[in-house]
Design a protein around this ligand. Structure first.
Ligand code: ZN
Length: 210
């Protein structure tokens, strides 16, 4: 089940050039601005706390509060990335940059569905009184970086810009993973010892690891 159809202008996993005026990006930018993406699934959250507290959650502007600690300090995005049935380009690009492979300094177009899953998890947290950023430990990973990581799946969705790892202060990873599983947006991994949750927009499945 998807929160909305993937807008065709978004090429998930495609590298973002540093030069945003490049011809390729210009043309996708035009396509991007034309697209409408909303295809909410009204029944999705029908029985959840989120649905009770905010029945029109998916028709409201979608916001996300993301943080990333890097050697240069804390990078942050806090705001709306989707409104009036459209993904907002500038916020989307900022989010993609925050979710880049920090080690390799490569940003790609991240899955908008992944962003919706994170938005939903944060919405559920908020309903439960937790107002906190999503602390990102991993977003996009290049194939090269991924291949060097111990324990990382060879065909990891991180490579395709479709997975996120992290945690939220004030919410245990176990509860966070329950919230993510509830949303049924894709895979959810709970890593108890290392205190983080993996979410992706792939096949519905869940697992736990160390
Ligand atoms: Zn992961």
């Amino acid at each position: 089940m998807r929160f909305w159809a993937m807008p065709e202008a978004v090429e998930v996993g495609k590298e973002l050039s540093n030069e945003s005026q490049s011809p390729t990006w210009q043309s996708s930018r035009r396509a991007f601005l034309k697209m409408t993406g909303a295809a909410c699934v009204p029944g999705l959250l029908a029985t959840s706390a989120l649905a009770q507290a905010a029945p029109d959650f998916w028709s409201m502007p979608r916001q996300i509060w993301l943080q990333r600690k890097t050697a240069r300090g804390v990078e942050e995005f806090r705001g709306v990335y989707f409104a009036d049935g459209k993904l907002l380009l500038e916020p989307y690009l900022q989010i993609c940059r925050i979710l880049r492979d920090v080690r390799e300094d490569v940003a790609v177009q991240m899955s908008p569905v992944l962003l919706d899953i994170l938005c939903g998890v944060q919405g559920i947290a908020r309903v439960h009184g937790v107002e906190a950023p999503l602390e990102t430990t991993s977003g996009h990973r290049t194939a090269r970086h991924n291949s060097r990581l111990e324990g990382a799946a060879r065909a990891s969705l991180h490579i395709e810009g479709r997975a996120w790892d992290g945690r939220m202060p004030g919410m245990s990873p176990a509860i966070m993973s329950e919230a993510a599983k509830y949303l049924r947006g894709g895979g959810v991994g709970l890593y108890v010892d290392r205190r983080f949750v993996h979410v992706d927009d792939g096949r519905l499945r869940s697992w736990s690891g160390r």
